[in-house]
Every structure is written in structure tokens, then in C-alpha cells.
Design a binder for this molecule. Sequence first.
Ligand SMILES: [Zn+2]
Length: 166
Amino acid sequence: MKQRIIKISKLIFADARQAIVGAIVIGLVGGIGGLLYLSKTALDFSIAILNISTPLWAAISLAFLCSVYIYLKTLKKQSSSKNVLYTVKNLKWEVSINNDGNYHVSEIPYCLKHELKLILSTNYVAWNCPKLLECGTKIDNSNKYNLYQVALSHIEKAIRDKEIKC
Ligand SMILES: [Zn+2]
């Protein structure tokens, strides 16, 4: 293979010296040559890093630590909200609460027994548990807003009393 490259190079370049240079150039373009070239570049880069002064090392380390700190802080912030089901009388209500104290209560309650979100009947009269046949949980649609207001009041107190925490 090497012989062939030199032979081809000889055809392209006039004398033997030029043929060797040509072979190196072809080798560099080829896979192995390219790999050797890359590892030499990596080696030069490593030597350059090792030769830099201590304050620069400190600066690089500090910048790295800062980025790790910011990353971890962002990660913690993102995972700081949680959802809980809070029971008020015979229904459960979904409360989403953040560590900054903000919270939201879903307007559709859950069945106490099955912890399933209630569904509106086809005639829009009542909200039922999806396990309709085996569960008696049912609220009138006209009564839903009032029940929600009552639940909000209880949940607000529970958060104030730290009964519900993030
Ligand atoms: Zn149910």
C-alpha cells in the first residue's frame, strides 16, 4: 500500500524527495494520516494547557465551579413545585404548590375513594366518578362552584397552617 502510494506520488511529482512529501500529504488526507494529525493536535493542546500559569488555572476552575453551581440551582428551582390531593369533606382537590408560596387549585374535584377526576355527565347536570357503576360520588353541576369556593377556603388555611407544604 505504502509502496503504491509512493509509486503514484512518483508519477505525480518529479523526483523522490517530492514523492515522499507527496506520500505524506496523501497519507494525511487518508484515514491513518488524519488520525495521526489529530492526535498530534490534541497533544499540542494538552501541552499548551499544562504550560499556562496558575492564576489562569484558578480562573478556569472558578468559571467551571460557577457554571456547575448555576446549573444545580436551576435544576432545584425547576423541581420545586408539587401536586397534592387535599381532602375537603367527601371530595379531593388537586393543589399545585411552589416553594415561593404560590399555589393553584384545580376546579374539577376528584373522587375520594378512587382518586379519579370527576367527569361531566352528557346532559351537563352532574359530575360523576368515571367508575360510575361501583361509585356513588356525584355532585350537581350547579353546586360545583360553591363546593370549589369552600375547598379553596379550607386549602388556603391548610397552606397557612403549613399542613400543605412544598
Ligand atoms: Zn369513585
